[in-house]
Design a protein around this ligand. Structure first.
Ligand SMILES: [Mg+2]
Length: 190
């Protein structure tokens, strides 16, 4: 089968990594419960930043957030390796800005992700993911972001949402922990 994965906040815990980084950078302690209650993807509200300030803070943090030690969700790497050794094809579809394509590919390799150049797509807008997912004729696609998931509801691909505080309103198959996924796919097999 053909499996597609978003990267940030699907396979790796980027927002929470950013949340800790912002605390250091801004010299401000914020309770983790506030992070877990955020109902949008952006995290700057937890630091009482405006949308404009938040966007600037995010953009100037990207090199650090993307290319240092952002934690991978437990079980994610093992699952992808298992899928690969089971003969499945794995695709990565990330809307990180295009200038970060090369470094993102290399970072994934360094972390041990089974990724090939031709299976790695980066730099598209959220709304452009659907076209790539259609062309790839994926069996499954995993993402966290409502703005992306909303574009896929009428497509034949089986969409699975990676559970996050800001996507709980979506009525889709949901994965909370990557090590539970095997059971879910076995029960929903075509
Ligand atoms: Mg994401």
């Amino acid at each position: 089968m053909r499996f597609g994965f978003d990267v940030d906040d699907t396979l790796i815990n980027l927002r929470e990594y950013a949340f800790h980084y912002y605390q250091e950078q801004l010299g401000k302690r914020v309770d983790i419960d506030i992070f877990h209650a955020l109902n949008r993807v952006e995290i700057h509200e937890a630091f009482e930043l405006s949308d404009e300030e938040g966007k600037n803070m995010w953009n100037r943090s990207l090199d650090f957030l993307y290319f240092t030690d952002c934690p991978i969700y437990p079980g994610a790497l093992e699952l992808l390796k298992q899928l690969e050794s089971g003969g499945h094809e794995i695709f990565y579809i990330t809307s990180r800005p295009p200038e970060h394509t090369e470094n993102t590919f290399n970072w994934l390799i360094e972390q041990g992700f089974p990724v090939e150049r031709e299976n790695f797509f980066c730099g598209m807008k959220d709304a452009e993911k659907v076209g790539i997912i259609k062309n790839l004729e994926l069996d499954y696609y995993f993402d966290d972001k409502p703005a992306v998931l909303d574009t896929l509801t009428n497509e034949p691909v089986r969409v699975v949402v990676k559970d996050q505080s800001y996507n709980r309103h979506l009525d889709l198959p949901r994965v909370k922990n990557w090590d539970q996924l095997g059971d879910m796919m076995n029960s929903g097999r075509k």
